[in-house]
Design a protein around this ligand. Structure first.
Ligand code: AHG
Ligand code: MN
Ligand code: MN
Length: 329
């Protein structure tokens, strides 16, 4: 079987599903382009003096890394002039990003974490970009408002991530399964390398930052202790500190990633719109589960675009078990 590059795959998908339109395919192609551009700069961050801190803070008061802003600008410029979007939300921008009046507007919305795992940029550990695409609520009204972005994750029409690791991969779903593409830098093409990805029903990995153990809810402490002493198999702890990397490894090998709420972060640290929702869309398409401790992530209606949420995501066995622990008195 010959190489299936991303463009061919998108076209074949478009033919298979009558609902798919060329509009949306162009958005995906442009996100892939942004991924290639960011990948090129990530791979030479050390010499392209884009490592290190910018002199700005994001909406969370977190010092922005230069590569965060580079990735943010790359995504915005790849998407704002193609006439398919009505607006965007980015972790790196307080407000909604409007489409400039000089450009034609579209009916889609993009949400993204331009660079996930920023703290790992300077130490050469894999990082990523997370994205999601929605349709706006009312196509007959020009522009978009914050309300358009407050749709539950189950309304996503596409979600995915790019992981800048030993190789650069694009993994995405449009609601008909999950597929992974590996970038061949010599061709500049994303080539289908992981068809119809499914997470194992159970795994032997749990990913959580145990430095916060003392701040956790007792039920979380009991759950992690249970995994550590599990009889049928030995669990390993793996925690990279880049959500995309921890997620990607668990998608392939099985297991659970946990970022609980704690005394310091009562709503958790991760953002619902552009971290939890896109990855929860993918994990459900891959046969896994994602909850905030009680409810499915994808069924939560966001109240604000930068809202945080606790996140427990991975194999059905480990996530269901956690749900049981969280529901005990
Ligand atoms: P970002 O770099 O986009 O702000 O995301 C960082 C997130 C996520 O990638 C990772 O899982 C988490 O922060 C790690 O947080 P801790 O350092 O508190 O464990
Ligand atoms: Mn992030
Ligand atoms: Mn980020």
């Amino acid at each position: 079987m010959g190489l299936i590059n991303l463009s061919r795959f998108i076209l074949e998908e478009q033919r298979k599903y009558s609902g798919a339109t060329g509009d949306f395919s162009l958005i995906l192609e442009q996100i892939a382009l942004a991924g290639k551009i960011i990948s090129k700069d990530v791979s030479k961050a050390g010499i392209a003096n884009i490592i290190g801190e910018a002199d700005s803070l994001n909406v969370f008061g977190e010092r922005q890394q230069k590569l965060d802003l580079f990735a943010h600008n790359t995504l915005v410029y790849s998407l704002d002039h193609i006439g398919k979007l009505a607006g965007m939300v980015s972790e790196e921008s307080d407000k909604i990003i409007e489409i400039p009046t000089k450009h034609v507007e579209g009916k889609y919305l993009a949400v993204f974490d331009p660079l996930d795992g920023s703290s790992n940029i300077d130490v050469n550990i894999s990082i990523g970009t997370i994205f999601g695409v929605y349709k706006k609520l009312n196509e007959n009204i020009d522009g978009c408002t914050e309300k358009d972005f407050l749709q539950p994750g189950c309304k996503l029409i596409c979600a995915g991530y790019v992981i800048y690791g030993a190789s650069t991969m694009l993994v995405y779903s449009t609601g008909n399964g999950v597929n992974g593409f590996t970038l061949d830098p010599s061709l500049g093409e994303f080539i289908l390398s992981h068809s119809n990805m499914k997470i194992p029903h159970s795994g032997s990995i749990y990913s959580v930052n145990e430095a916060y153990y003392d701040k956790w809810d007792t039920k979380i402490k009991k759950y992690v202790e249970y995994l550590k002493n599990f009889k049928e198999r030995e669990y390993k702890s793996r925690y990279i500190g880049s959500l995309v990397s921890d997620f990607h490894r668990n998608l392939l090998k099985g297991g659970i990633f946990l970022y609980p709420a704690d005394k310091k972060n009562p709503d958790g640290k991760l953002r619902l719109l552009y971290e939890a929702n896109p990855l929860s869309f993918i994990i459900e398409q891959a046969g896994g589960k994602a909850i905030d401790g009680k409810n499915d992530i994808l069924r939560k209606t966001p109240q604000s675009v930068h809202q945080r949420t606790p996140l427990f995501i991975g194999s059905p066995f480990e996530v269901e078990l956690l749900k049981e622990y969280m529901s005990t008195d």
